[in-house]
Design a protein around this ligand. Structure first.
Ligand SMILES: Cc1cc2nc3c(=O)[nH]c(=O)nc-3n(C[C@H](O)[C@H](O)[C@H](O)COP(=O)(O)OP(=O)(O)OC[C@H]3O[C@@H](n4cnc5c(N)ncnc54)[C@H](O)[C@@H]3O)c2cc1C
Length: 390
């Protein structure tokens, strides 16, 4: 393992936590990823059980609920380690995050289950015509007595099959006007049996090029009936409720990008020391030495920004700009670094015998989900220059 300058500003506890996550990732996750990613397999239940035992599903949940009661920085540290082995495993720990708008009594019951990985959720905001422009969602929910009836089509719902519930966004009243398009969208918590879909939901898997380990679905909803209690928070304000946890989601994604990039660097270093050309290990060629030095520097810069933003969040300070910057910087970095890691492997990097191509495919996604790179730049430039009428 190469030195990590940012390690010096971590506490003893944080260093131990990171070490434990690192050991787990390399011993338990990496071999499974190497076996299952090439065949598009799903994360096995016994791996999820081991993760639950260590507490990875309860990093930020309170200790009274069986969580670790830690902050966003620790969450980022663990996420980086797990993602270094398999990004999908670094991602699935977020499925234990319960919706903020959940009433306190239900939270008290569900939180201990979530901390044990026994109550995990999927998130369904995107639609075919509403990706970056999420306010454009067309799925409709209408009242029927105490219940709601939902009709429409959602896109890109990852983990919808194995989740215990889906947080799904639907329009409950028409857009009041162009300037307030986000009003009138409500969030619903659709509880379901693990491994199946409720009556009225048809699911078709999306044929992805990466992010294996769990499936992503297109969902068709016809007359899906949910009780009134499924409505999360206030009617018509679901969009705003969904946006509250976005800063943490962006830090989580930045940490995932850093983890994947670190996997690419570590594998490149190992390969470069072993592979001989022109009678020498390719690690002796300055062109490659500088490439790997550059990779290390870029990773450290992205990690530093990610940790800085996590610390701001933990201190309760506003940091939406920094979170957008961290997400942008880390994911752009990850695409470049993982591509360079593949290059160090030469032709071997273009085979599924090496993980270099997995890091590259997974890193590519970090620029797309949780708000594309262009959307992060829009957030940053709006703050810098003021919003323009669109
Ligand atoms: C593997 C995978 C898993 C996913 N999982 C989930 C999930 O679990 N739940 C969920 O709800 N969603 C999920 N998503 C959806 C994801 O969040 C969207 O793909 C993303 O928000 C982009 O939306 P889009 O694909 O419709 O692209 P579009 O919004 O159509 O963007 C196309 C291009 O236009 C650019 N663009 C759009 N608007 C602007 C603008 N104003 N200025 C400049 N450029 C712009 C974009 O940056 C992009 O380059 C997932 C996506 C993928 C690929």
């Amino acid at each position: 393992m190469m030195s990590e300058p940012s390690a010096h500003v971590l506490t003893e506890d944080q260093l131990h936590l990171r070490e434990a996550a690192r050991e787990f990732a390399l011993k338990e996750v990496l071999p499974v990823a190497n076996e299952l990613d090439p065949i598009g397999g799903v994360i096995p239940q016994d791996l999820l059980d081991k993760m639950a035992e260590i507490g990875f599903f309860g990093v930020m949940l309170p200790e009274r609920s069986g969580g670790l009661g830690l902050g966003v920085l620790e969450y980022a540290l663990i996420t980086e380690e797990l993602s270094r082995a398999w990004m999908s495993v670094g991602s699935i720990i977020r499925a234990s995050t319960l919706p903020r708008a959940l009433p306190a009594e239900r939270r008290a019951i569900l939180e201990p289950l979530a901390a044990q990985g026994k109550y995990l959720g999927a998130f369904s905001l995107s639609e075919a015509e509403a990706g970056s422009d999420v306010a454009n969602i067309r799925t409709r929910a209408v009242r029927d007595g105490d219940d709601w009836i939902i009709n429409g089509a959602k896109m890109w719902c990852t983990f919808a099959d194995q989740a215990d519930y889906i947080v799904l966004f639907a329009r409950t009243s028409p857009t009041p006007n162009e300037r307030r398009r986000h009003l009138g969208i409500s969030a619903f918590m659709i509880e379901k049996e693990r491994g199946s879909f409720p009556a009225g939901i048809r699911a078709a898997p999306v044929r992805k090029i990466g992010y294996h380990g769990w499936n992503t679905f297109e969902l068709g909803l016809s007359d899906v009936r949910v009780p009134g209690s499924a409505l999360l928070g206030n009617e018509g304000e679901g969009f705003y409720a969904g946006m509250v946890s976005l800063d943490i989601a962006r830090i989580h994604t930045a940490a995932r990008a850093v983890g994947v990039a670190r996997g690419a660097l570590e594998d490149a270093v190992t390969y470069a020391r072993e592979r001989v050309q022109f009678g020498e290990p390719i690690a002796s060629f300055q062109g490659l030495r500088f490439k790997m030095a550059h990779m290390a520097a870029e990773i450290e810069a992205a990690r530093a920004l990610t940790h800085h933003t996590a610390r701001l969040l933990d201190a309760g300070l506003p940091c939406s700009d920094e979170a957008a910057m961290a997400k942008y910087v880390a994911s752009e970095m990850a695409e470049k670094v993982t591509s360079d890691g593949l290059q160090v492997h030469g032709g071997a990097g273009y085979t599924t015998d090496f993980a270099a191509q997995r890091y590259w495919r997974d890193a590519r996604l970090t620029k797309i989900f949780e708000g594309t790179s262009e959307i992060q730049l829009r957030i940053i430039s709006d703050r810098l220059l003021g919003k323009v009428a669109r």
